[in-house]
Design a protein around this ligand. Structure first.
Ligand SMILES: Nc1ncnc2c1ncn2[C@@H]1O[C@H](COP(=O)(O)OP(=O)(O)OP(=O)(O)O)[C@@H](O)[C@H]1O
Length: 275
């Protein structure tokens, strides 16, 4: 390719990614986020808009700060001693670090699914009904039953568990447990779901099931997924953010990031030169 056609192609791609950005409404907006663990700085001036009702993947080599940034969005870093977050993050314009903000309420708006499925040591029913109960989302048993059923249906688990709702959640297979954790997250009607490597403990079939589910859920939720798998990022996300050494190097439409990244570090990572 000569320089002229390369630059035409780059301009076309850039305008494609700008179109993509303009059509989308930002749900989470981070501005100049810096995170420290004691003396060590883990994130440097991260600014990003996460658009609503889509999947954004965070990729990058181990230790680059993906999970640290994810945890900033529901203030899970507050629970880590010595961790200090500076900068601003808003959810639909609300400053989530405002002193008046109720963190319990924030975590109902921003749910989280972890790497290892972690159902409570309770029944399947109680795993899903716990959140709606403590947040007062149901006006009685019938409504609670309805929330449990609809959450399990949306998580694609209902048919497999409807006859064993009183059995322990921990008795399910790994993939089913992860779908139970997704049902638990959905049950409180969050706006955003954070997923920290949700498939890393699962086999390929269970992984495919969760990936299909993520694709269905994006119609109603804003999803951010940290993944080590570039194939997974390419399959499930519409936007991809590449982190390196605590810096957000590049954010763009997933297709553009994987076919025509603008930064050499992204190019080196996606072509397997490091990471
Ligand atoms: N609780 C903690 N205490 C101290 N340092 C931490 C803590 N958690 C993360 N770090 C450090 O912050 C940096 C970013 O870590 P983080 O886990 O966010 O990266 P990551 O990109 O998610 O990595 P991985 O892909 O391996 O999960 C790393 O240098 C890590 O050692």
């Amino acid at each position: 390719m000569n320089d002229a056609s390369m630059s035409a192609e780059m301009t076309a791609n850039l305008s494609k990614s700008l179109d993509f950005d303009q059509a989308a409404k930002p749900k989470v907006v981070a501005k100049d986020v810096n995170v420290f663990y004691g003396e060590k700085q883990a994130l440097f001036d991260v600014s990003i808009d996460i658009v609503e009702k889509s999947v954004t993947a965070f990729i990058g080599p181990s230790g680059c700060g993906k999970s640290t940034f994810l945890r900033c969005i529901n203030r899970m870093n507050d629970t880590i001693e010595g961790c200090v977050v500076k900068g601003g993050i808003s959810l639909d314009g609300d400053d989530i670090y405002a002193p008046s903000l109720d963190v319990v309420e924030l975590r109902a708006r921003v749910g989280m699914v972890f790497q290892k499925p972690n159902p409570f040591p309770k029944s399947i029913y109680e795993n899903v009904s716990y959140g709606p109960r403590i947040h007062g989302l149901a006006r009685g048993k019938t409504e609670l039953d309805e929330i449990v059923e609809s959450s399990l249906k949306r998580a694609g688990l209902w048919e497999e568990v409807k006859d064993r709702l009183n059995e322990p959640g921990t008795g399910l297979s790994g993939g089913q447990q992860q779908r139970l954790c997704i049902a638990r997250a959905i049950a409180v009607s969050p706006e955003v779901i954070l997923m920290d490597e949700p498939c890393s403990a699962l086999d390929p079939i269970a992984t495919a099931r969760i990936e299909e589910l993520i694709d269905e859920l994006r119609a109603n939720f804003t999803i951010i997924i940290v993944t080590h798998s570039m194939q997974q990022a390419a399959r499930v996300s519409q936007r991809t953010a590449f982190f390196h050494l605590g810096i957000l190097v590049e954010l763009g439409a997933t297709e553009q990031i994987f076919t025509n990244p603008s930064d050499k570090r992204t190019q080196d990572y996606i072509t397997g030169r490091f990471g």
